[in-house]
Design a protein around this ligand. Structure first.
Ligand code: ADP
Ligand code: MG
Length: 235
């Protein structure tokens, strides 16, 4: 398993600043953040072999540093239950992405386990010119896209910041379990925010981070999509 340094060096050596989902998740896993098991396939046969190893159902996603929104590009297929479905999805994804992004450089297709549904939350990081790294927390989907229901704190986060970030959003009652729905593990989410804060503090090269979505469960949480962007290399 490559170290965080090796992953970043390899991305740099290819002249990139954007990590693919597979690379991003490897880096986060190194930092002790729980991500869904994900491996890169570069052929249909390999995608099937990885699926069989991980166990069905699986998810296939386009792996390209040039594609920000994989679903919009036709690059995500969920809930694949058999080797045949995986093989067909592999071809479909490559075909769809060739049409939507003819110039994108494709690293392959990421194969991952289908995660049990949870409450979708997101954690993001961007760098402010004056204040440096800022973490963002919110509920996934329309809550963040339409309602902009998010909270912010400067890195490094104190324990108390993490507790406040989770409770500040308007959607907080959803995390507590709304009308019989599964509640989220609030203290785990606080720990996750602190881990992400540590990761950002220890990796000043990282200029942007997007964990979207994270599935929050009654016990624990799991990152299912991740994107890390590095700052421009020093000359
Ligand atoms: P993008 O944000 O680039 O369009 P995502 O990786 O976030 O692509 O996938 C789109 C959606 O598919 C996610 O918001 C999530 O709801 C679902 N999804 C992605 N990966 C998984 C997975 N491993 N298990 C279950 N659902 C997933
Ligand atoms: Mg996503």
């Amino acid at each position: 398993m490559a170290t965080g340094r090796q992953i970043i060096d390899e991305v740099r050596s290819q002249g990139r600043t954007v990590l693919t989902e597979v690379e991003s998740k490897q880096l986060l896993r190194q930092a002790g953040i729980k991500v869904i098991e994900t491996e890169l396939a570069t052929s249909k046969e390999e995608a099937i072999a990885i699926s069989q190893k991980l166990g069905f159902p699986v998810v296939l996603k386009i792996a390209s540093a040039d594609i920000v929104h994989k679903s919009d590009a036709g690059g995500v297929r969920l809930g694949l239950a058999t080797a045949k479905e995986v093989g067909e999805a592999y071809q479909d994804i490559l075909g769809a992405v060739k049409r939507s992004y003819p110039k994108a450089k494709i690293q392959g297709v990421a194969v991952q386990k289908m995660a049990r549904p949870g409450i979708e939350v997101i954690i993001g990081m961007s760098k402010d010119d004056q204040f440096g790294p800022v973490l963002m927390f919110g509920l996934g989907g329309i809550m963040v896209e339409v309602l902009k229901d998010v909270s912010f704190r400067l890195v490094p986060l104190a324990k108390r910041d993490a507790a406040e970030m989770v409770r500040e959003i308007k959607g907080y009652p959803l995390l507590e379990g709304y009308r019989g729905q599964e509640a989220a593990d609030i203290s785990y989410l606080e720990e996750l925010l602190l881990k992400v804060s540590d990761f950002v503090a220890q990796n000043p090269e990282v200029s942007e981070l997007d964990l979207n979505p994270i599935f929050a469960y009654r016990h624990g949480a799991l990152v299912v999509d991740a994107r890390v962007i590095l700052g421009e290399a020093e000359q």
